[in-house]
Design a protein around this ligand. Sequence first.
Ligand code: SUD
Ligand code: ADP
Length: 297
Amino acid sequence: MSVTVRVPAKVNVQLAVGAARPDGFHDLANVFLAVGLYDEVTVTPAAELRVTCEGPDAHQVPLDRTNLAARAAVELAARRGIEPAVHIHIAKDIPVAGGMAGGSADGAGALLACDALWGTGASRAELLALCAELGSDVPFSLVGGAALGVGRGERLTALELGGTFHWVFAMAGRGLSTPAVFREFDRLAEGRDIPAPVASPDLLEALAKGDPDALASAVSNDLQPAALSLFPELADTLAAGRAAGALTALLSGSGPTTAFLARDAGSAEKVAEALRASGTCRSVRTAAGPVPGATVI
Ligand SMILES: C[C@@](CO)(OP(=O)(O)O)[C@H](O)COP(=O)(O)OP(=O)(O)OC[C@H]1O[C@@H](n2ccc(N)nc2=O)[C@H](O)[C@@H]1O
Ligand SMILES: Nc1ncnc2c1ncn2[C@@H]1O[C@H](COP(=O)(O)OP(=O)(O)O)[C@@H](O)[C@H]1O
């Protein structure tokens, strides 16, 4: 018997970052949108814990116990006093180290899959608490849709959206480390007063209305200057998408994946074609959101 869970990627339509906290994390106002690019996590009983991965970026995924999916299985098993005796297979379509929460998706997916496989019957609240221990983005991978995350980004309030938004994502030739981007944010912020992060009322209204033009005017990502400082060529990708008619262009999370909002599915395809031809990125995908979070299939 196996259980498979499908988990979406995310884009951050607002990422407001506060000053570094004593614990090294940053308070955020993090507005997440789950988009239709998915990893699938399958768990099967096995003699001992084992992780395998397939997909274009599979060679970059750790297969030891640092894999977030393995950590999820180990944590859930420890809480139930059982052995994490599963083979976890990840069919990976979310870019690795791309700012789209692929590792978080696999953590949330493995947790939900092991819960179903082992019949542990964890409550939603227990699953969410376990997700928050695994990483700041993991609770959102479980719930999906759209949500405002505060604290480290793990304390979520669901947002009702008035429509579907169409996106183009350009994957970069190399990854960016999330901690390195936050460190660069701190370096660039030295000597400046960093205001407490708050969600933009205009952005929340644009989401509620499902209005892509209003959303395009309201998106923001405080990590973008830090990521561009570490990876200046990303400015060329952002410029190519804007020139191709995207309503707006921004970095997804800590990057280096760049995200382009389009008015509809047809315009998204046109922007995607132009980005492919631009030679400024490794690959290009289109995806719409919101979509549901981790789901047993
Ligand atoms: C930036 C964001 C935006 O959604 O996403 P990605 O770009 O990584 O996808 C997230 O905040 C990433 O969340 P996640 O990848 O789960 O990070 P974690 O494992 O919790 O933390 C990794 C490291 O990032 C930094 N970190 C993370 C979250 C936060 N609120 N403040 C931080 O300073 C810390 O250096 C921490 O040690
Ligand atoms: N299941 C996983 N998939 C991808 N990366 C993982 C996974 N588990 C751990 N990692 C590690 O986490 C790092 C960040 O990966 P990822 O979650 O894809 O990016 P991001 O945090 O930018 O969204 C990777 O470089 C890798 O070392």
